[in-house]
Design a protein around this ligand. Sequence first.
Ligand SMILES: *Cc1c(COP(=O)(O)O)cnc(C)c1O
Length: 229
Amino acid sequence: MTIADRYVRERERVSEACEAAGRSPDEVTLLAVSKTVDVEGARQAFEAGARAFGENRPDELMAKAEALPEAQWHFIGNIQSRRIPDIVRHASLIHSLCELRHAEKISRVAGELGQVQDVLVEVNVSGEASKSGVSPDEALARVQRIAQLPWVRVRGLMTMAPQGDARVARACFDGLVALAAEIRSQLAPDQAAGFDQISAGMSEDWPEAVAAGSTIVRIGRAIFSEEFA
Ligand SMILES: *Cc1c(COP(=O)(O)O)cnc(C)c1O
């Protein structure tokens, strides 16, 4: 199968999973995580209909976003302070924000460009030591602080589930969705209105995430890797 075939297949599967969950397929963005392929690979997915792409390295984000500006580019990787200007210039949504000092710098840089930066706060729902993200206990306070920054808009939460067990992943996504609802109920009405995104689910566990209420599934290998069944 080509990348185009794989993209179309995943888009259809996601739409079917939405319908099975009683949700509209329009509610779920399929983010094509193109970090393992070059611009040409991303372009093949674009030509098959992909419009939103995820990258986890600033250099790759910049190169691909400049080569394919018709698409939306999201940053899903570890944030390094010195790369924030490059990320803000190219990413319409940053999924992986945890630290307040990074949020402050994002706001400064976005302000200099005269644009509001959309972000998600990454939460370590599972508590695995290997995973980044704020703890669920800290999430409300972190979102509230970030929401006060003038050039940042917090659009919701992101998480990564432990791999290998669908039930564990589902519990993790349910936890994220419940936490997002709790946080939304504590935000000022204008902030709550825009706090509507849940970034959850990857190639192996996105069906659980869609069933739980995810609005963005981040799919890499199922689209771009020949090895992924
Ligand atoms: C690589 C990556 C993905 C995609 O993972 P696949 O298993 O290839 O679908 C999703 N989210 C993040 C944060 C990633 O780094």
